[in-house]
Design a protein around this ligand. Structure first.
Ligand code: BEZ
Length: 403
């Protein structure tokens, strides 16, 4: 198969959107060989959003992962790596077909994806049905490392529960008693609000109203008017990417940033601050990263990412970078022989990664155990305030790992 054959395997829209964002050279960088044969390149399928409201998130995951591989001389675990990429557009309805293309037609050794929780759950199903290695570098769907956990599925990001549960105590400790929540009505929004509510009510707070709009809509005006009418002590929110930029600007344009403090899961202000400008000043969020985390891994990562892309790294780039690190450890544990699957999985499950986010290990469900930081937007950065909760381990409710 040549690059041309690959092109016909994808919809024109998918192909063009992927090529437009990361360059045609990124589509396929080798000719096919038996995918898992020793000596052949290890084939990584990147299934990410390269267009739509989460486009920048997908691009940064892609660039973070490629940066890691470049730093290892184009290899993981000593084995040459080749990439094939597909734009999932954050559309759950085409997710199964896209995943099947990577697994069936492209015969990738691993899929790294994706950003959107609904798309990720369709990928999890295919990965379980076909026993394909899957590394989730963002999407937080709790079920992926809950009831749907599996030996071949890892996550280098977070569960939706993880960054939001600690925010409950943070906001209660700040003296807020009555809070309104606002998000998109889909898996990630519902689970993040649910986790915040769990932490907030346990700390004595009350969620007085839960507001939501369909993903990826950005007509926030009616909901912002409702917040002004309710006059809560504070607002907790989950939005990300282009939607987060618009929400933060609309909230400030309505003047609410002066009267009702806005909090959120860190995605509200990660990778978005340049576009949000002064509207984001003072917003407090919780996440497994802060721009100015003062550790050697973060300093080195930010410098290298800047040099490669001329952009400031963010959590999405870190998660892609760490997906590379995890695969490096897995393949290194089997001297590049991905066919030694059980041994490779055991090496990955035992991995302790010195991540730019701080120390990262994995729980029995293959979800990261990691610090959750409180950050505040200052001078265009998500500045570290404190560790909101150390070594946060998702409860992995419903996970029965079979091996
Ligand atoms: C999600 O759908 O899981 C998600 C999307 C963007 C940021 C964080 C989570």
């Amino acid at each position: 198969m040549t690059d041309d054959t690959l092109k016909s395997a994808f919809t024109r829209r998918t192909l063009l959107s992927g090529a437009a964002t990361v360059g045609a050279a990124g589509l396929v960088s080798s000719f096919p060989r038996p995918a898992i044969a020793q000596g052949a390149p290890y084939k990584v399928g990147l299934m990410l959003p390269y267009t739509g409201t989460f486009a920048k998130l997908g691009q940064f995951i892609d660039q973070g992962m490629r940066l890691y591989v470049e730093q290892k001389g184009g290899k993981l675990g000593g084995r040459n790596v080749t990439f094939v990429q597909i734009d999932d557009e954050s559309k759950p309805e085409t997710a199964t077909d896209n995943m099947n293309r990577l697994v069936g037609r492209e015969k990738v050794d691993v899929v790294v994806g994706t950003v959107h929780s609904g798309v990720a759950m369709a990928m999890v199903k295919v990965a379980r049905d076909t026993n394909t290695m899957l590394i989730i570098p963002n999407a937080g769907a709790n079920d992926a490392t809950g009831p749907q956990c599996a030996p071949n599925i890892f996550r280098t990001s977070f569960s939706n529960w993880q960054p939001c549960f600690p925010m409950g105590k943070v906001m209660a400790d700040a003296g807020h008693k009555n809070v309104v929540t606002i998000t998109w009505r889909y898996t990630a929004g519902q689970e993040m609000v649910g986790a915040f509510k769990e932490g907030f009510t346990a700390a004595g707070g009350k969620v007085v109203e839960e507001l939501a709009l369909p993903f990826p809509e950005v007509e926030f005006q009616a909901l912002i008017t409702r917040i002004a009418t309710l006059k809560p002590d504070a607002v907790f929110s989950f939005f990300a990417g282009g939607g987060a930029v618009k929400f933060v600007k609309d909230y400030a344009a309505a003047g609410l940033n002066k009267t009702i403090p806005l909090y959120g899961a860190g995605f509200l202000t990660d990778g978005t601050l340049e576009a949000q400008g002064a509207a984001a000043d003072g917003i407090k969020t919780t996440l497994h990263y802060a721009d100015d985390l003062d550790n050697p891994a973060n300093r080195a990562f930010l410098a290298a990412f800047k040099q490669k892309t001329n952009q400031d790294g963010d959590i999405y780039a870190v998660q892609g970078y760490d997906a590379g690190a995890l695969l490096d450890i897995g393949l290194g544990g089997v001297s590049g022989d991905a066919a030694a699957r059980d041994k490779m999985i055991a090496a990955m499950a035992a991995a302790k990664i010195d991540s730019p986010r701080g120390p990262m290990s994995f729980n029995k469900a293959h979800n990261p155990v990691q610090n959750i930081y409180l950050r505040e937007v200052r001078n265009g950065k998500n500045a570290y305030v404190s560790v909101a909760q150390a070594n946060v381990d998702d409860p992995a409710r419903g996970c029965r790992m079979t091996a």
